[in-house]
Design a protein around this ligand. Structure first.
Ligand code: ADP
Length: 212
């Protein structure tokens, strides 16, 4: 479903060029639970930005279901993202002035009934009308998962999703991603730790922007 073909990303900085990715080849099939590992700075976030259609690589191509992502117009890429991709971030990125339910509904405002069922399934029923400031880190991340899952995306991109969680909530979050995969979804998790190892159908180790 997702193919990186010889992808490089070079950032221009005041100190010169940083090669965040360097000739990366990667295939993720539909239904995979792909875990991409490597130390901080090895290019993991850059890879996810490329996969989500948010950052054009310097070289190489990225194809999703046979379509080259960066041959689409900006608007088409935005539509692709809305229809097909859900994001989960280490820092949650909830809107602080919206409740759990309102945050969950952000990308799929007409799915109120489904949102309530999902909120219940994620153990947030009692919290549905709370603002993020009143939530624990685990509850925040579960809200972010509700937001990512509600539009029923084909692909979830998760950037260090358990980085701010205690072990119990970390395990819960990975289990929810695993459940989504088991129901036919595709997951890509990037981590500098051991997140998702037990569920990985594909495991990729990055070092300095390339697979090792
Ligand atoms: P990771 O997610 O594995 O920590 P990143 O993809 O964030 O890695 O970064 C890879 C490399 O690219 C790092 O050296 C980082 O400092 C650099 N980098 C990332 N984003 C930018 C940017 N916008 N401008 C300049 N350098 C960047």
């Amino acid at each position: 479903m997702l193919i990186f073909d010889n992808v490089s990303k070079h950032y221009q900085t005041a100190d010169g060029v940083v090669k965040a990715l360097d000739g990366l080849n990667l295939t993720v099939d539909k239904g995979d639970f792909a875990v991409i590992k490597g130390p901080s700075g090895c290019g993991k976030s850059t890879l996810l930005l490329h996969a989500g259609g948010m950052l054009r690589p310097t070289e190489g191509t990225i194809s999703v279901n046979g379509q080259e992502l960066y041959q689409l117009s900006n608007r088409e890429r935005g539509e692709f993202r809305q229809k097909h991709v859900g994001f989960v971030f280490q820092m949650f990125h909830l809107l602080p002035y919206l409740t759990v339910r309102e945050n969950a509904l952000l990308a799929a405002p007409n799915r109120g009934t489904e949102a309530d069922a999902l909120i219940e399934r994620l153990g947030l029923a009692e919290r549905r009308h709370h603002l993020p400031s009143a939530l624990s880190a685990g509850e925040k991340q579960r809200t972010a998962i509700a937001r990512a899952l509600l539009p029923e995306p084909d692909l979830i991109l998760a950037d260090e999703p358990t980085g701010n969680l205690d072990p119990e909530n970390a395990a819960l979050v990975m289990q929810y991603l695993r459940d989504y995969q088991a129901s036919g979804g595709t997951v890509i998790v990037v981590t500098h730790g051991t997140d998702g190892n037990q569920f990985a159908t594909r495991s990729i180790q990055l070092k300095a922007g390339a697979q090792i």
